[in-house]
Design a protein around this ligand. Structure first.
Ligand code: NDP
Length: 247
């Protein structure tokens, strides 16, 4: 894969993805890491200073009006080769969301960041993903052509919900899964794969210190999934260990 774009790389899984991708045997020619403030993203700045294939772009994923300008910046980096991989990774969860406590603002924020942003950013970057797929017609469908990875969660699974609560997060990730399915149907003819990916329960600011997985273990699995995906995975939701998740 020549180019990869990851949203929300200031910390956690997004930062971990960038750290791992620069260390790959054949790292992407263009690794576009987005964050809300480049000035505050000290770890990313350090990585970019040591790797000239890393490009830092600012993006608050709720700034939908900026998406056209943002996609032009991405195009100026990837050029005629297009964009091979889009990781919709940026996400939010909030505390105290049992039914007696949940606030409509929390629902709106979760939907904006976790559901609407991945759909609208995909829409904005579709021409570049399509270009990458068309440039590589002889390669198998997946990261060598074009793929969108929507970072979802087991907490968005309807089948596996036995604890209730968590309305903003659960509902927004369930809706993201539906968007993943629709995108996979819509883009099949364009040779663009779309999958949902649950990174596992990971030690990050969101996952907390009790999470069983460290970032490195999760990312190693995620990158293996990315390497092994094919047409049969299109529209599905997978864990970091490659297992398919029930919706
Ligand atoms: P973190 O809370 O550690 O990091 C979240 C990242 O998203 C940060 O870089 C943050 O940027 C960014 N972000 C949040 N809001 C916005 C916004 N409006 N615009 C741009 N960037 C934003 O979470 P994780 O790394 O753990 O989570 C990454 C993804 O993985 C999320 O989609 C999450 O739902 C999913 N996930 C995580 C699990 C876990 O156990 N950790 C389990 C299942 C899914 P900033 O630093 O500026 O706030």
């Amino acid at each position: 894969m020549k180019s990869v774009l990851v949203t929300g790389c200031n910390r956690g899984i997004g930062l971990g993805l960038i750290r791992h991708l620069v260390r790959e045997k054949n790292p992407p020619a263009h690794l576009i890491a987005t964050c809300r403030s480049v000035e505050k993203a000290k770890d990313l700045q350090q990585i970019a200073s040591e790797n000239n294939n890393v490009h830092l772009l600012e993006l608050d994923v709720r700034d939908f009006d900026q998406y056209d300008a943002f996609s032009k910046k991405v195009e100026s980096i990837v050029g005629q080769d297009g964009l091979n991989v889009l990781f919709n990774n940026a996400g939010v969860s909030s505390k105290f969301t049992r039914i007696q406590l949940v606030k409509h603002e929390q629902m709106l924020e979760a939907f904006k960041v976790n559901t609407i942003a991945p759909v609208m950013l995909t829409k904005a970057l579709f021409p570049l993903l399509k270009r990458a797929s068309e440039k590589n017609p002889s390669k198998p469908v997946g990261a060598e052509r074009a793929i969108i990875v929507n970072t979802t969660s087991v907490l968005g699974s309807i089948a596996l919900n036995s604890d209730g609560g968590l309305y903003p997060y659960r509902c927004s990730k369930s809706a993201l899964n539906m968007a993943t399915k629709s995108l996979s149907v819509d883009f099949q003819k364009d040779g663009i794969l779309v999958i949902g990916l649950h990174p596992g329960w990971v030690k990050t600011d969101m996952g907390g210190s009790k999470a069983p997985l460290d970032v490195d273990t999760s990312i190693t699995g995620i990158l293996q999934v990315l390497e092994n995906v094919n047409e049969s995975h299109n529209g599905g939701v997978y864990q970091h260990d490659g297992q398919r998740l029930e919706w």
